[in-house]
Design a binder for this molecule. Sequence first.
Ligand SMILES: [Zn+2]
Length: 266
Amino acid sequence: MIKAIDAHVHLDMYTESAAQTMLAELSECQIEALIAVSRHLASCKTTDRFRELAPQRVFAAYGFHPEQELPSEDQLNDLMSWIREHVSTMIAVGEIGLPYYMRLEAQAEGHVFELAPYVALLESFLKLAADTAKPVVLHAVYEDADIVCDLLQKHGIKKAHFHWFKGSPSTVKRMVQAGYFISITPDVLYEEEIRTLVRSYPIRLLMVETDGPWPFVGPFEGQETHPRMIHAIIQQIALLHELSVEEAALTILNNTKQFYGIPTPC
Ligand SMILES: [Zn+2]
């Protein structure tokens, strides 16, 4: 079996023992590496600790997840200075983006939702990525992806990975033209929307991820999300693109390594 990389996982959201067990199992599960993303300063520190434990396998992204309350000015300054001190161990800036689901929920409850401060926060991370020449890991779905495409252009950022992307055909067209990557989660096994997306997105711009510990249903119902699940995602992508599993696996592995600059282990 060709090895694979889980291109988006929240190691810090597992229990300590579950994360340790997972790291110990990667080799037997044919998982070459993980891109471990972070949500805030404490999360960055935990991600970094796991990176130190397994530096050949855990590649750390540092950022502030958009689906939460905004940080205070002090919190943001602390986070930014911590990241700048840890640039040498940072593979990408992320997870960053816009709060699509939080906004939907607020609006459904009849509240006004101010997006502008989230856009400003995102721009400060895009500036950081541009300054440090790092790729960005984005949480931006549907109409938010269009806003983010504009911002990426504005900040001259070309290396963008939209994780668990969902969006309209016109957004897809724009993202493909710009050469932005997306990653596919286990829901490609049971969500028609995602299967349609995979068919329309070139394999040269695809990665695979679990977004673990986020739970999945369908064939994964009741299982704790684990990077080993990504082999099933690759099989589905192979079917949808009418490729052999080996060809799909190798292309996706190379896409991820090239995007993140991950060396092949010796
Ligand atoms: Zn995530």
